[in-house]
Design a protein around this ligand. Structure first.
Ligand SMILES: *Cc1c(COP(=O)(O)O)cnc(C)c1O
Length: 497
């Protein structure tokens, strides 16, 4: 029977091993060493095509701009470009990388809260599609910079329309309490002020409601908010916007294998297992806005409009797998506490989840020993496992067909007590134990799934650990090394001593 984590034409079990695009994960680990990130070219292209098909369900042009911050390895950017996908960047550094890879200016949009003059100059000189403006102060800096360069900057204003989604608080971005964007009335003032400017073409409005949004309804609210702004701007200034940018945040189902379902508080589980078709959400939002436009006799304003989306996670998360080796094991007697037994970790959950106590598998309860596995992949590679308590499903890459029913405490290699695969703060936001086949021993290769987004984009050399090797499985069956593992010198490259 197929395993719940299997994905047709991508992830499978063969000869008891994990196969990625028809290549044995164990062989890859042997050849390249671990920790090793494996990316699938065909999965990236599949994910982009899934988003691009949205154009067939709306009657507007669609511009899909992959959010580079999710993963901006050069070969990943190249793969995105080869899939005819445009790009959203967040800094002059990402912009430089995009230009190096060969993206044309018109394929690029540039976000960020704290842009510097040199970054604006690079963006303006590259004639990018839009600089997304975070404040009125920044807008005046862009105007000044464009005037000095005797150019016209294409800009789009980022709004904070007060749209809340049920994602992690660190991933909420369209609230007045978040650090992003400007108020709709500020945006309107900007259109008035720069209407006649030769150096600014304010051609769109933008918002981004957050990441891993478990429900599709906020996209309707968001598009409606964008349209209301477009309408007001036209009425008050006569300016007809060329684009609306709905942002990213389309979810990835991190719990496709649901063997840990009962370990999560409900809200956490709903977020991690979110799974809707972005094209359905956008189509629904589009229909609603069309109706609203017709009702207020404003359909003309939607004609020739381009809709932008900025997906990051939904392009790259499930296309990346992190292979890690068990480097150390140990057994510990289970700590019994007086009142709540060994499950005391769950008693400190969010009060909101009080009614949703996770069900503990009874077979865990009978354990008197904790079996610890110490891997070579820690939060130096998967920072969000520590900061956001992000869940990455763990399987054995060399015993992929065996029943994963034995509970382990799993931790990474860092000399830091927070480098664990469970929620050390005791809020129950991650399972306490990971399920793998019995008798895992040192040197067994494990695989963390859905690791492609916000992982190696955030990696660092804490504890003098080498940044990892990354390979890409190609559609032609070959495996391409796309990032070599750090060598000793890389640990000190920029140091002076
Ligand atoms: C991070 C970010 C995205 C991508 O979000 P995902 O959840 O990865 O799709 C898109 N737009 C902006 C402005 C962002 O900051």
């Amino acid at each position: 029977m197929a395993k719940a984590w299997e994905i047709e034409n991508f992830l499978s079990e063969r000869n008891n091993q994990l196969f990625i695009d028809g290549v044995s994960a164990v062989k890859l680990a042997e050849e390249y060493g671990t920790p090793l990130f494996v990316f699938s070219e065909s999965r990236i292209k599949h994910n982009i095509a899934r988003l691009q098909k949205t154009e067939t369900v709306i009657d507007a042009k669609l511009k899909v701009c992959y959010a580079a911050k999710a993963n901006s390895l050069m070969a990943i950017l190249r793969t995105v470009k080869d899939a005819n996908c445009d790009l959203e960047v967040n800094s002059g550094g990402e912009l430089w990388k995009a230009l190096k890879v060969g993206f044309a200016g018109e394929q690029l949009i540039f976000n960020g809260t704290s842009k510097e003059v040199w970054e604006l100059e690079l963006a303006i000189n590259s004639d990018i599609y839009a600089i997304q403006v975070d404040s009125l102060s920044e807008l005046s800096l862009i105007e000044e910079t464009a005037r000095r360069l005797d150019k016209t900057a294409n800009v789009s204003l980022r709004l904070v329309p007060e749209i809340e989604t049920k994602t992690h608080s660190g991933l909420q971005t369209a609230l007045l309490t978040s650090k992003f964007g400007m108020m709709p009335d500020e945006a309107l003032a900007a259109f008035h002020k720069y209407k006649e400017s030769k150096h600014l073409d304010i051609c769109g409005v933008h918002l981004h409601i957050g990441s891993q949004n478990p429900e599709s309804a906020p996209y309707s609210d968001a598009l409606r908010a964008l349209f209301e702004n477009l309408e007001t701007i036209f009425k008050e200034t006569g300016i007809k916007l060329k684009h609306l940018n709905l942002g990213g945040g389309f979810p990835v189902n991190y719990l496709r294998d649901n063997s840990h379902d009962s370990d999560f508080p409900q809200a956490q589980r709903d977020m991690f297992s979110a799974d809707f078709e972005p094209s359905d959400a956008i189509s629904q939002a589009w229909q609603e806005v069309k109706k609203a436009a017709a009702a207020s006799d404003a359909s003309e304003l939607l004609k020739d409009i381009t809709l932008l989306i900025e997906p990051g996670r939904s392009v790259i998360a499930d296309a990346g797998i992190c292979l890690t080796t068990v480097r150390n094991v140990k057994n510990r007697p289970v700590q019994q506490s007086e009142n709540s037994g060994r499950w005391s970790v769950f008693s400190g959950q969010n009060k909101n989840d009080a009614l949703e106590m996770p069900q503990i598998k009874t077979d865990h309860r009978s354990l008197t020993t904790d079996y610890w596995l110490l891997t070579d992949a820690g939060f130096n590679l998967l920072l969000s496992m520590e900061t956001y308590k992000w869940y990455y499903h763990l399987i054995s890459a060399e015993r992929a067909n065996e029943e994963a029913n034995f509970p382990y405490k799993v931790a990474g290699p860092l000399c830091d007590g927070g480098d664990v695969y469970f929620d050390i703060e005791g809020e129950g936001r991650l399972p306490d134990y990971r399920l793998l086949p019995a008798s895992v021993k040192p040197n067994e290769i494990l695989a963390l799934l859905n690791c492609g987004a916000y992982s190696i984009a955030q990696m660092f050399q804490y504890n003098g650990r080498f940044l990892p090797c990354v390979v890409l499985t190609k559609e032609n069956g070959k495996v391409e090394l796309i990032r070599k593992r750090d060598a000793f010198e890389d640990l000190v490259n920029n140091d002076k001593w």
